[in-house]
Design a protein around this ligand. Structure first.
Ligand SMILES: NC(=O)c1ccc[n+]([C@@H]2O[C@H](COP(=O)([O-])OP(=O)(O)OC[C@H]3O[C@@H](n4cnc5c(N)ncnc54)[C@H](O)[C@@H]3O)[C@@H](O)[C@H]2O)c1
Length: 378
């Protein structure tokens, strides 16, 4: 028998997940609001030891870990000091958007695996620099989009991949709130860099782009505004320091003859700018929006298709929640790859396109016309 025939019967050796018993040494960069969710999840994992943390605000990291009963965590005044002093397996980068690139690049240069909070960063240029550092380091870098762990999100992708929709040619996505402008570090260019798009828009982009295989974005015609954020009537004292967008809309062309109609809002005189809709040549999917858009599915999805020559609608019931919750699973899936090998659960090769769309919307809005999206080689 030829080797080709014999190889059909070769037993595939399934890689065993080998526990070494050694705890993963983890550090937290930025001990603000979202770092709480990271620490709460890490604390539930017996194979993790949080050994270090850093925050630019003096005493903040110390107070943070004390609150969690983690008094032996070594605290540092910035990511740099921490990464210079510690031998870590992984870090959670929980800093505001403008401080996503520098700590991530520095950690990768130090040979540390990184779980970077969403959005990936602020600009395409930063995303490219991050990916170059990732490539050079050979380390794992995953972006913190926990809705990816949601079975409803997986269902959207399953439906698209099944061919039920045929060839997808149009996507409408986004969402928003009638009133829901955050405060803190989210509303200043100095710290956030991008507003509603970095906070919630990146989630809706990820939901649909992941479903259709993250096609390359080609052009964008974008609009951004901040009428509500800068108004004392709607945003009180925060209106004085508000200088990011609270609303964005765009028409984006994607590779493969797909157009993306996108809008996102922190505040407007409307409950929602619409459900997410994916139109294909054989069917369409309606994904209900949520009140406070956070990247989740707002109710049972409807598949519109033809059956035996009749137009029918199939309701897709909501999937049950995942055990331990989405956030835990986002961290666990990252750590499992760090321990046992494999690919980043939410890879930069995809999120680069998410970032490039946001960046192009900002640039196009400033220029007042459609622009080509250029992404440098990594
Ligand atoms: N995945 C989610 O569900 C989710 C939810 C909320 C926020 N986020 C993301 O998390 C990030 C942080 O949001 P937040 O609300 O926790 O912000 P925050 O302002 O409460 O906390 C950020 C902290 O990082 C510190 N910091 C900044 N640069 C630093 C550096 N170089 N070294 C050490 N510390 C540094 C700041 O001093 C601050 O304490 C944002 O990018 C946001 O988009 C994700």
């Amino acid at each position: 028998m030829s080797d080709t025939v014999l190889s059909q019967f070769k037993q595939t050796v399934k890689e065993e997940k080998k526990e070494t018993g050694r705890k993963l040494k983890v550090g937290i960069i930025g001990t603000g609001w979202i770092a709480e969710s990271h620490v709460e999840c890490y604390k539930q994992m017996p194979d993790v030891e949080i050994v270090a943390g850093a925050d630019l605000i003096p005493g903040k990291a110390e107070r943070f870990f004390k609150r969690y009963g983690l008094e032996n965590v070594r605290c540092y005044p910035s990511h740099k000091e921490m990464l210079d002093a510690e031998e870590l397996d992984a870090v959670s980068v929980c800093t505001y958007n403008r401080q996503h690139a520098a700590p991530t690049i520095y950690a990768l240069e130090k040979g540390v695996n990184v779980l970077l909070e969403k959005p990936m960063c602020v600009t395409t240029e930063e995303a490219v620099e991050i990916m170059r550092a990732e490539k050079k380091s050979g380390k794992i870098l995953s972006i913190g989009f926990q809705p990816r762990m949601d079975n409803n999100m997986k269902m959207i992708k399953k439906i698209v991949d099944s061919g039920e929709l045929g060839k997808v040619y149009y996507i409408q996505t986004g969402g928003g709130r009638r009133r829901g402008i955050p405060g803190s570090t989210f509303i200043e260019d100095r710290t956030a860099g991008i507003g509603a798009m970095g906070d919630i828009g990146c989630y809706s982009l990820d939901m649909v782009l992941n479903a259709v295989g993250y096609p390359k974005p080609l052009t964008a015609s974008g609009y951004i505004s901040n009428y509500f954020g800068t108004s004392p009537l709607y945003n009180g004292a925060d209106s004085k320091r508000f200088d990011v967008e609270d609303f964005a809309a765009a028409f984006v062309r994607l590779e493969g003859d797909i157009v993306l109609d996108f809008r996102i809002s922190w505040a407007m005189h409307l409950d929602t700018p619409g459900d997410t809709v994916i139109l294909g040549t054989r069917g369409a999917l309606r994904i209900p929006s949520t009140e406070c858009w956070n990247g989740s599915v707002g109710g049972p999805m409807i598949l519109y298709h033809d059956l035996a020559g009749e137009r029918v609608e199939t309701e897709i019931p909501l999937c049950p929640p995942v055990p331990h919750g989405l956030f835990y699973n986002k961290i666990r899936s990252f750590l499992d790859v760090v321990k046992f090998g494999g690919k980043a659960p939410v890879p930069t090769s995809q999120i680069l396109y998410n970032q490039a769309i946001i960046d192009a919307i900002v640039k196009s809005a400033k220029l007042g016309h459609e622009i080509e999206i250029e992404i440098p080689e990594i």
